[in-house]
Design a protein around this ligand. Structure first.
Ligand SMILES: [Zn+2]
Length: 230
């Protein structure tokens, strides 16, 4: 039996934070590669490995090497949006044929499935972000950072809603659409905020699936850009 440390050529997949992996060779058996994930954190596929004398290579390239930027639109005819973390069961993506929610691809599929039923949804990790106004028709869903004197990196008077992320996501819907689907405003709590915005169509560009997205960045973390486009 031999153990070798070899460079990992992941072919764009995200299957290890390391650039080298250990290869265990036992006579008469397939080499065993330790320290890599069962599936790619971006595309959710199981990597097909080829172990040579001097490298471990994944054969097929990752189809989403740069990660996934998700773009959806939300129609807000009422001019009121309900901003919170979780809008199930009124909006529920059900159990369609999605990739694992632990992968970027699975999360992108859920974002699109939720948009199709009228909910702007996006994973934000354990971050408790807010919805901030950045212009007359533009907003961000973001987590500010605080300096030594506790001054936030985003002006507090531009914060329209705080999102308490029990489920590590934001969910935003047209308030009247939510009511028409059975949402009960008597049951709204302190974590639910109704925000008045100009009626129209809003585009959400969600960034958490991008390869270089850093939820621990020293600067303001922007999960989504939101803009009224019509
Ligand atoms: Zn991949």
């Amino acid at each position: 039996m031999t153990i070798q440390t070899l460079p990992l050529q992941a072919n764009g997949h995200l299957i290890s934070r390391k650039t080298e992996v250990e290869v265990l060779r036992i006579d008469g058996r397939e080499p065993f590669v330790s320290g890599i994930a069962y599936s790619c954190a971006i595309c959710d596929s199981r990597p097909k490995l080829q172990v040579t004398e001097d490298a471990v290579q994944v054969q097929d390239p990752c189809p989403y090497e740069a990660g996934i930027t998700t773009e959806i639109t939300l129609s807000v005819p009422s001019g009121k949006i309900l901003v919170t973390d979780d809008l199930r069961p009124v909006y529920d993506w059900g159990d369609g044929a999605f990739a694992s929610y632990n992968s970027v691809l699975g999360q992108a599929q859920v974002i699109e499935a939720m948009a199709a039923i009228g909910c702007a949804y996006g994973p934000v990790g354990n971050s408790c972000p807010g919805l901030y106004r950045t212009g007359p028709d533009s907003y961000i869903i973001a987590s500010p950072r605080y300096d030594e004197d506790d001054n936030p990196s985003l002006p507090e008077d531009t914060c329209l809603a705080n999102i308490c992320t029990d489920v590590w996501a934001y969910s935003i819907a047209d308030f009247e659409h939510w009511q028409a689907r059975g949402g009960d405003s008597a049951k709204l709590g302190w974590t639910d905020t109704v925000v008045t915005v100009p009626p129209g169509t809003y585009r959400f560009i969600h960034h958490s699936g991008e390869r270089d997205f850093d939820p621990y960045a020293a600067e303001t973390v922007i999960f989504a850009h939101v803009e009224r486009i019509a």
